[in-house]
Design a protein around this ligand. Structure first.
Ligand code: RP5
Length: 171
């Protein structure tokens, strides 16, 4: 336990950001950036459900004991990574449908969101990695007041941006 976080040792990753391929990184980097903005320790890895299935199972099974609290998993096309991870961990899994060149990400979305009862994946919009990061922060903030205050400040900043745009429209 450390002074700034109710979770484990300082700097140990609390969120795992994983993706099926390094080609998903241009989308998934938004989740990592959001976590950086909030000062949340995280790790980033390529873990493929199809190309490295045994690594994927090991990652999901060891995630809790390694101290992770949330997994953000992005994949495109036949996007099985988030659901398969959810089937082998008790941690919440946030799924990010990554859009590929065909079908505009609808294939990714349906592959991730249509989970069978009992094995949920909290699915964000197509390409919505930033919101995936925010969901992870919100989960952590239920037990971390400093994160909760940062989230309140974030919401205030969003509202201020809207009001600034309104003032710009009047100018
Ligand atoms: C999925 O296949 C990955 O998540 C990626 O979105 C897609 C294509 O992968 P690459 O062929 O670009 O490595 O498993």
């Amino acid at each position: 336990m450390n002074e700034t976080s109710p979770f484990g040792s300082a700097g140990a990753p609390l969120v795992g950001v994983v993706m099926g391929s390094d080609s998903d990184w241009p989308v998934m980097s938004d989740a990592a950036q959001l976590l950086r903005d909030f000062g949340v320790p995280h790790e980033v890895q390529v873990v493929s459900a199809h190309r490295t299935p045994e690594k994927m199972i090991a990652y999901g099974k060891s995630a809790h004991e390694r101290g992770l609290k949330v997994i953000i998993a992005g994949a495109g096309g036949a996007a099985h990574l988030p659901g398969m991870l959810a089937s082998v961990t008790t941690l919440p899994v946030v799924g990010v449908p990554v859009p590929l060149g065909r079908l505009d990400g609808l294939d990714s979305l349906l592959s991730i969101v249509q989970m069978p009862a009992g094995v949920p994946v909290a699915t964000v919009s197509i390409g919505g990695a930033r919101n995936a990061g925010l969901i992870a922060v919100k989960i952590l903030a239920t037990a971390d007041d400093s994160l909760r205050l940062k989230l309140a400040g974030y919401a205030e900043a969003l509202a201020a941006q809207v009001e600034q745009k309104n003032r710009d429209l009047q100018a």
